[in-house]
Design a protein around this ligand. Structure first.
Ligand SMILES: Nc1ncnc2c1ncn2[C@@H]1O[C@H](COP(=O)(O)OP(=O)(O)OP(=O)(O)O)[C@@H](O)[C@H]1O
Ligand SMILES: [Mg+2]
Length: 265
């Protein structure tokens, strides 16, 4: 049995971001709730899987559970399955709450206190069995997980992973995106990139200028631009769309994947 595990480990991929920094996780955050973090994370999963990277998708806290086949289900995890059908529910989230609101309140309503240690342990387990863990927050950066105000930002700092910021393409996005990136940087969280998401069809000239100004003010590259999709669930199955979204995401310069690793872990 040990021989089998050793053989598999020979082909472990390593993922790097700019500057040759080796990473095991990326925290997908955003400028707001409903900005497209789940869609961006699923597209990135599909894209990196095409490059041979073994991805673990992780939603530490999901509020607003759905009912599926008579059981509670995490809607974001159901969406990840479009790119990662083998995903195991229990591995993909730690906390699942019924009320669709901030995690601290959703937890309080069910008499539960979110413990960051459980999330960190869960993350470490996923880290050990994948090349890269894509962790999705809830809402934006300053979202409380506990009544004491422990936030998504605090969690990112403890997990010690870089962030990817998902932002709208349209009017108003410069302010939200620059504030989010600045706060992350001030708190010492490296920002690997911004993903611009075209949630609504807007004026392309405005959208292009927004992208340019965001890169100029944040000094962080826009690593993906997601088009408006009539049916995101269908679109995500299209390999050429994945290539198009991340076409600026130069695999060698932005995330370099080293398939030659022969280290035993
Ligand atoms: N590019 C797009 N084109 C069309 N619809 C989109 C696009 N991106 C996201 N959506 C839709 O917008 C909604 C919100 O997207 P998503 O669930 O990814 O947001 P989120 O940031 O993950 O939200 P939450 O904070 O609840 O986790 C979904 O219904 C999704 O299908
Ligand atoms: Mg989501």
């Amino acid at each position: 049995m040990n021989y089998i595990f050793s053989y598999v480990n020979l082909f472990v991929n390593k993922v790097y971001i700019r500057g040759g920094i080796f990473i095991k996780g990326l925290f997908i955050t955003g400028t707001d709730t409903d900005v497209g973090k789940t869609v961006a994370s699923t597209l990135l999963t599909g894209y990196l899987k095409q490059k041979g990277v073994k991805i673990a998708s992780y939603k530490p806290v999901q509020s607003g559970a759905d009912t599926l086949h008579g059981k509670l289900a995490a809607p974001d995890v159901e969406f990840y399955k479009l790119a990662n059908p083998e995903l195991n529910d229990k591995e993909a989230y730690t906390y699942l709450f019924k009320k669709a609101c901030s995690p601290h309140l959703a937890a309080r309503e069910e008499g539960i206190r979110i413990e960051q240690e459980k999330i960190i342990d869960h993350y470490k387990q996923l880290e050990a069995k994948s090349d890269l863990v894509l962790i999705e927050g809830a809402g934006g950066v300053i979202v409380p997980l506990t009544d004491a105000g422990y936030s998504m930002l605090d969690l990112m700092k403890e997990l010690a992973v870089p962030a990817v910021v998902v932002a709208r393409t349209g009017v108003g996005t410069i302010n939200h995106t620059v504030l989010t990136v600045d706060k992350l940087k001030q708190e010492g969280v490296p920002v690997a990139g911004v993903v611009m998401n075209r949630l609504h069809i807007g004026d392309p000239a405005v959208e292009l200028d927004n992208q340019w100004m965001i890169e100029k003010l944040t000094k962080v590259p826009v690593i993906g631009v997601i088009p408006y999709m009539d049916n995101p669930a269908e679109a995500i199955k299209n390999p050429s769309l994945l290539e198009k979204v991340f076409s600026k995401f130069d695999i060698l310069e932005e995330i370099a994947i080293d398939k030659q690793s022969s280290s035993f872990r």
